[in-house]
Design a protein. Sequence first.
Length: 350
Amino acid sequence: MGTITQSKRQLAWVFDLNKCIGCQTCSVACKVLWTQDEGTEHQWWMTVNTQPGAGTPKNYESMGGGYRDGKATLGKLPSPEEFGGGWDYNYDEVLRGGKGRDAHLEKVAGSKTWGPNWDEDEGAGEFPNAYFFYLPRLCNHCTVPGCVEACPNDALYKDPENGLVLRNEDLCKGAQMCARACPYKKIYFNPSLGISQQCIGCFPRIEQGVAPACVRQCPGRAAWIGFLDDEYGPVSKLVNKWKVAMPLHAEWGTKPNVFYVPPLSPAPLNPDGSFNENAERIPQSYLESLFGSDVSGAVDTLKAEMEKRRRGEASELMDILVMYKWEEALGPFTRDPAEIVWMSPANGGS
Ligand code: SF4
Ligand code: SF4
Ligand code: SF4
């Protein structure tokens, strides 16, 4: 079994769920950069799902893995069907087969029955008080990565300099114990190479001082990257100082390093059409099921600082969250990828 060696510093991501617009630019930025080769077609290292929803892979939250009572556990290996993928319609029959008046568009036999955004924008709640929000998910580059401990071939390790969880593909034998151990189910199998793969934290870019593509290209200014111990950086301030960013499912025990600013919600409507200012449209219990009991304190802090701003007072927290300059998202990784000549196959451009 693999050994977890701690790193000198830890990189972390923060996503503000009040600003994520579900545009999937991060998903596509990652896809274009890293998973274009044969065997990686189905791999989406970054996925943005609608919450509440079954997510990707389907119902991953009930597949197990992570740590229970301090002990590493192996969960289920998601099936290709649960990861899902693109599906095909009978375009030939309807659009090109002369049957347009009789045949209707429908999925053809053999198509997937699930995909990364299958239940997009469905959410929950009853009209007019329905609600949803977006949740970007990548490998959490955990401080206690169950995937590292589970690997029988010592193929996974934490980078000693930045805490990214990386894979030595020469050592990986495709045992997929890592995929079973990861409770977030963010590890994919490459059938062409016979190995497992996941988000590499854009390490070839990090080494060149360039921010990960998912952060750099986010048009919502909803994502930050930085070191957790950089007390003057926005990541550390949001996580450690203001305590408004929290990990997803911390109870799974891997100490994830992707943090989320929880979504605020409009007041629900009363039957007469007036607002019920004493209630939340997104149930507190649902947010707690994702982000733990500290989420209520985070929501209170966000509301209090918003109120200060409305009164015309200064708020460091609101200034960070507004992100007046997009470069504020990049931490120390401010270099322009266009000024670098990238060596194949480590193509870290864009
Ligand atoms: Fe959300 Fe930014 Fe990703 Fe768009 S690119 S889905 S705004 S995190
Ligand atoms: Fe490993 Fe999963 Fe944590 Fe990534 S999210 S470091 S794959 S346990
Ligand atoms: Fe993809 Fe890089 Fe973001 Fe990881 S850090 S999800 S590899 S773009």
